[in-house]
Ligand binder design. Structure first.
Ligand code: ASP
Length: 341
């Protein structure tokens, strides 16, 4: 009898463990940029607005997954919400170059096929993430830049806008401030500890690049990133976001990854692909691999964060800044959104 009880207890615990493991399976993870994001500098209204749009973005992507659509559809739908919302440095509300322009970068990658698409330095495409997807699906190329990418987007029927569409007062003021404080260095739009160390006091711009990784019902991963880059960046500067392997990468065998932070450091460390490689060749978990690579970025002087989601639905969301706008949704629809450390 005692033995029976023990067996029953064992089975019950095993079942509970399995259920809680299942509950922890994530369908999507998103970020809205990492930086000097402190609660003391955030008004309750602003905080509520961020939480609302992050939630809305997760819901938009999750609706696709629930409807049996692909992870690519989920990533695109999620990023549309954030590109269209001026709170984030992507699409409307993108930061300005030194010359007062909005030059946007975006990338998307399919973990099943390892197909990828990206655009860089575009100024008229309303939703650069869709242009990145079009490059992947409707051209024989991976990356298109500037006027050519814009022409292509027009040809495939994407919405083209006047560059003024991206203009926001907040970002414009951000540029003026950055130019005044630091006329020679580009700084992260949302502020950065290291950029402060380098002499910039530009830590009031707590808005960021956006990214999403999704896992669909068929078990396929997709990852995407969209950004305006860094405030006060030089003409033609391209960050990590549209560079496959640096700011964006996805492989069903390992994970989907989207980065945010000081792009130059992410490019030099080939961050996203290195995380995937550590998982593929060294059998590290998504959390271990993400931590190792982000630590390296930090040691070199780069700051930021990243999101990663593996094929089994495990997430990692490390960052070495004060905060990172981020959120997850489990396969059964439970949403969690966070901003601070
Ligand atoms: N990584 C982006 C870039 O360097 C900036 C950001 O994440 O906010 O272009």
């Amino acid at each position: 009898m005692k033995r029976l009880k023990l067996i029953a207890l064992f089975l019950f615990s095993a079942l509970t463990l399995q259920v809680s493991a299942q509950q922890k399976k994530y369908a999507m993870v998103i970020h809205g940029g990492a930086g000097t994001i402190l609660k003391k500098n955030m008004s309750p209204e602003m905080e509520a607005a961020y939480i609302a749009v992050l939630t809305q973005a997760l819901q938009a992507g999750y609706a696709q997954i629930k409807a049996g659509k692909t992870s690519m559809d989920a990533v695109e739908a999620t990023i549309h919400v954030m590109e269209n919302d001026p709170h984030f440095n992507a699409g409307k509300g993108a930061v300005f170059t030194h010359d007062g322009k909005n030059e946007l970068d975006a990338a998307i990658m399919d973990g099943k096929t390892l197909m990828a698409g990206s655009v860089a330095g575009v100024t008229t495409i309303k939703n650069p993430i869709s242009a990145a997807r079009a490059v992947m699906e409707k051209s024989e190329h991976v990356m298109m830049v500037g006027a050519g990418a814009e022409q292509f987007a027009k040809e495939v029927g994407l919405e083209i806008v006047d560059p003024k569409y991206f203009w926001t007062k907040e970002r414009w003021n951000g540029l003026q401030k950055a130019i005044k404080e630091d006329s020679t260095k580009a700084v992260l739009d949302h502020g950065s500890k290291k950029s402060e160390l380098l002499g910039s006091k530009n830590h009031d711009y707590k808005f960021g690049t956006v990214g999403c990784v999704a896992l669909d019902k068929a078990g396929n991963l997709a990852a995407g990133t969209s950004t305006g880059g860094m405030t006060n960046k030089k003409y033609g500067r391209v960050g990590d976001a549209p560079i496959i392997g640096a700011g964006t990468y996805c492989n069903n065998e390992t994970a989907g990854i989207s980065c945010t932070g000081w792009g130059e450091f992410y490019i030099r460390n080939v961050v996203a692909k290195t995380i995937s490689d550590l998982m593929e060749y060294k059998s590290l978990s998504v959390a271990e691999a993400s931590k190792i690579v982000l630590d390296k970025v930090g040691k070199m002087g780069g700051d930021g964060g990243l999101i990663a989601l593996d094929k089994n639905g495990n997430v990692a969301m490390p960052f070495n800044t004060e905060g990172m706008y981020r959120g997850t949704i489990t396969t059964d629809g439970k949403i969690e959104v966070s901003i601070y450390k």
